[in-house]
Design a protein around this ligand. Structure first.
Ligand code: BMA
Length: 348
């Protein structure tokens, strides 16, 4: 039902998402019910991003969120009617280094490889966690977004550190293992290349690098920090806006052809020095292209004063974020009813 409703949402508006929203914010840590987004807008975001990096290796994820609390927040989100998505910055099973340790590993992680057992330890811990995300007897639907930004070269599963075929094999092995060996059927799978390494002039051909197949993907995602004011992007504002729209229309087209859902799975402007970032860089292009069916836009985490993506109360960008929230197009948690059921409604 969630998937049907995501299709519907993408036609009616754009949900807002935030990574680690309830876990911490600027100047606070693990406070019951707190959220920087809610403190400015009055609502939690619709989409709550979490990351299972370091599961099975530590009680805390790579960003020091403890997994027990994460499970509690996932459950609370589900009960309020919000949606959870999980990414996985998993350690390199071959070297024991982080996601950013580029020691080639994908071939060795596959069955028969020297790092297969080490990979299974992380994968089984991930499976245990996902199985434990329950409300009563109901398994909480989760959007799972593994091995993201694979067309970039910064993670060990990225381009240049394995072949395209090995990447696809890793994805398929993982999804098949979760379904068939661990009996996990409450996930929607999101595929999310990175725009900075996606040649827009090549369109779908570039997008499909590493695509494991229609039966393995539900969400046609994209991570795009590039066309929204990335420090290294020297294109004019106008050009960036055009490229953002083109990248979104690419995923919209692909999703429509395949009857899947498109989403901007990561974006943001770290530090919000452009205080009208939300309305000018995101809302304006979306408003001017309301035909785009993008189900959500998720910004990254509020870690510290130089690395945050939503303004805390009193910040110079807070008024602009409120405008973003008030716009009829954007959907926050308070705007959704029955997202897991028939009879889904938007209240705005
Ligand atoms: C990056 C930064 C890192 C973090 C990683 C995974 O963008 O926020 O500090 O560890 O994402 O969440």
């Amino acid at each position: 039902m969630l998937y049907t409703n995501l299709h519907e949402i993408s036609r009616q508006g754009v949900m807002f998402g935030h990574q680690d929203d309830q876990a911490y914010g600027l100047g606070w840590w693990d406070k019951k019910g707190r959220s920087d987004v809610k403190e400015v807008t009055g609502s939690y975001p619709s989409i709550h991003g979490w990351d299972l990096g370091d599961i099975g290796l530590s009680p805390f994820n790579l960003d020091t969120v403890d997994f027990g609390s994460m499970r509690k927040w996932i459950k609370a989100t589900y009960k309020r009617g919000g949606i959870n998505t999980i990414s996985w910055h998993l350690d390199n099973p071959k070297s024991g280094g982080s996601s950013w340790d580029k020691t080639p590993a994908v071939k060795d992680v596959l069955p028969g490889g020297v790092a297969h057992e080490a990979y299974l330890r992380q994968l089984n811990a991930l499976a245990d966690f996902l199985r434990s995300c329950k409300a009563g007897f109901t398994k909480i639907p989760i959007i799972f977004r593994p091995f993201h930004e694979h067309n970039g070269d910064w993670f060990w599963w990225g381009k240049g550190h394995c072949t395209e075929e090995e990447y696809k094999a890793l994805w398929k092995f993982t999804a098949d293992y979760l379904k068939n060996k661990r009996n996990i059927h409450h996930l929607l799978y999101a595929f999310s290349p990175d725009r900075s390494r996606l040649d827009l002039s090549k369109g779908a051909e570039a997008y499909f690098y590493g695509y494991p197949g229609d039966e393995y993907v539900d969400i046609i995602g994209l991570d795009n920090y590039w066309d929204v004011g990335h420090g290294y992007n020297k294109n004019t504002l106008e050009q960036q806006e055009k490229d953002l729209v083109e990248s979104l229309s690419l995923i919209d087209r692909i999703a429509a052809e395949k009857k899947k859902v498109a989403a901007l799975t990561e974006t943001g402007h770290s530090g919000l020095k452009e205080t009208d970032w939300f309305t000018t860089r995101i809302l304006k292009p979306l408003r001017e292209h309301e035909d785009l069916r993008i189900a959500w836009v998720l910004v990254w985490r509020n870690r510290h004063k130089n690395h945050f993506y939503t303004p805390p109360k009193g910040h110079p960008a807070a008024g602009d974020f409120q405008k973003f929230f008030n716009d009829p197009l954007t959907l926050f948690e308070n705007n959704l009813r029955n997202v897991y059921k028939a009879g889904f409604e938007i209240i705005k």
